[in-house]
Ligand binder design. Structure first.
Ligand code: F0G
Length: 451
């Protein structure tokens, strides 16, 4: 299973091409759809060629104690399931993955759910889940001899790409929508040495410009239309299954932006099942912000068969995307696994984020849609109290400190957005008081709190 035996299969028309035959924009020459990495015949292999589930589980766990750089990566630890390189020595790693799975005790109690966990992908080297995809796709870029890589981004992809490019000694070009990404993310791209262009457009406009650029210059595209990104991003499925002792959770709840991550995680679980490593796949639900909800609309209008792009608007800037590239893949995962797709308001996102913060974890606003979505699914009776739920927290809380401070100071939400939630918001807000530099003044702020 270690040989590079993958092909690319078009998600739309089923055409198969070799990895090296992909066009610069990773769109199918026949129908324009996206590709998926396929490992022919895994399920059909017989005899000694058939992977041994027990041996793989043992090997992957053993690698956690290994001193080898590749083994210490939570992506390449599972390299038997992503044979995308001719030579694993070309892998560019920052020891990504192996992220914590935390119990969310307070949220579980208030919802009356027995088992609620957060898989915190914000605990990756650059603070988001993008690192797992970037180690995979950027390694392919290096192996194929590219000198330049590029992405359009709402901030996290660009931070991850810039870091991995720097490690590999490649140059990187970042296109971001001017004034519409969190400063923490912009600062990362600059610090890691990317050529960073703020374009006077939105994310979808940046994608359009970059698609033209990669046709004109030898620059490797690292947006999630690149199918190798999804190979890395599928590995949290392996980590989650391993943490559940290869008994998967009932529900997985994922934020939806460009819609690659939900697709990647679904692919991961599907492959684990095909290989006999797990018996079933969790229900995968995708949650979007109300103002950036094209997949939700697609489900309401056509059961996920047609996409009508929207003008995206949300303070969860990471998922401010109106024309998601991977919508077809995500729609299929939601349908095939029996999950749901729904949206949540700005106030619901802000409150959920504060609740995750109050558990001592924190996350960025886009990640908090998962808890907000779970509350809705639970209220609709779609998640039973005895079912296990994993929320995918995609980004670190420090990515967007302005959002957090604005919420706690009471300047984030408009009165209209807060209507009906005033009491709940007041219970979550923690302002930072300015007090005199005396013990008396500090103790006065604790009055009634310390017993
Ligand atoms: N959460 C965070 C923190 C993100 O940065 C993103 C996407 C998502 C969720 C949505 O994931 O696109 O796979 O559905 N950020 C991209 C970027 C678009 O450029 O950083 P998705």
């Amino acid at each position: 299973m270690n040989d590079n035996l993958h092909t690319l299969r078009c998600f739309g028309c089923g055409a198969r091409i070799a990895g090296t035959e992909a066009r610069p924009d990773f769109r199918c020459a026949q129908c324009g759809d996206l590709f998926e990495v396929e490992y022919a015949g895994w399920g059909q292999r017989q005899g000694k060629d058939r992977p041994n589930p027990g041996a793989l589980k043992w090997l992957w766990r053993e690698r956690r104690c290994s001193g080898e750089a590749l083994d210490q990566s939570g992506v390449w630890r599972f390299r038997e399931l992503l044979p995308i390189l001719d030579n694993f020595g070309n892998a560019v790693s920052l020891h990504e993955g192996n992220t914590p799975l935390y119990k969310l005790k307070r949220a579980a109690k208030s919802l009356g759910i027995d088992e609620l966990y957060a898989k915190h992908q914000g605990m990756n080297p650059t603070g988001s889940f993008k690192d797992t995809g970037m180690t995979a796709a950027l390694s392919v870029a290096r192996e194929r001899g590219f000198k330049w890589v590029a992405c359009a981004s709402t901030g996290n992809t660009s931070a991850a790409m810039a870091a991995y490019a720097a490690r590999a000694g490649l140059r990187s070009l970042v296109l971001i929508p001017e004034g519409k990404i969190a400063w923490g993310k912009l600062s990362q791209a600059m610090d890691y040495g990317a050529v960073t262009c703020q374009l006077k457009t939105d994310f979808d406009g940046c994608v359009r410009v970059l698609t033209q650029i990669v046709h004109e210059a030898p620059i490797y595209l690292l947006n999630s239309v690149n199918p190798y990104r999804l190979e890395g991003q599928k590995t949290p499925a392996m980590e989650i299954a391993e943490a559940f002792d290869w008994m998967v959770p009932d529900h997985l709840i994922v934020p939806g932006g460009n819609l690659a991550n939900s697709s990647a995680l679904g692919k991961g679980f599907r492959e684990l099942r095909e290989l006999g490593l797990v018996a079933r796949v969790p229900k995968i639900s995708v949650i979007q912000a109300e103002g950036a909800n094209p997949l939700v609309r697609a489900f309401l209008q056509s059961n996920g068969d047609e996409m009508h792009p929207v003008e995206a608007q949300t303070r969860a800037t990471a998922i401010r995307i109106g024309n998601p590239a991977s919508w077809r893949k995500a729609a299929r995962i939601v349908r095939d696994t029996g999950g749901w797709c729904l949206d949540v308001s700005e106030a619901e996102i802000a409150m959920a984020k504060a609740e995750i913060g109050a558990e001592g974890l924190g996350c960025e606003p886009a990640s908090a849609v998962t808890l907000a979505g779970l509350k809705k699914l639970h209220a609709q009776g779609k998640v039973a109290p005895n079912e296990s739920v994993v929320l995918i927290l995609t980004g670190h809380t420090l990515k967007d400190a302005d959002y957090t401070i604005d919420f706690h100071r009471g300047t984030l939400l408009t009165d209209e957005e807060s209507t009906g939630f005033e009491e709940a918001i007041a219970g979550l807000k923690r302002d930072a008081a300015v007090v005199d530099a005396t013990p008396g003044a500090v103790l006065a702020t604790l009055k009634g709190m310390v017993e």
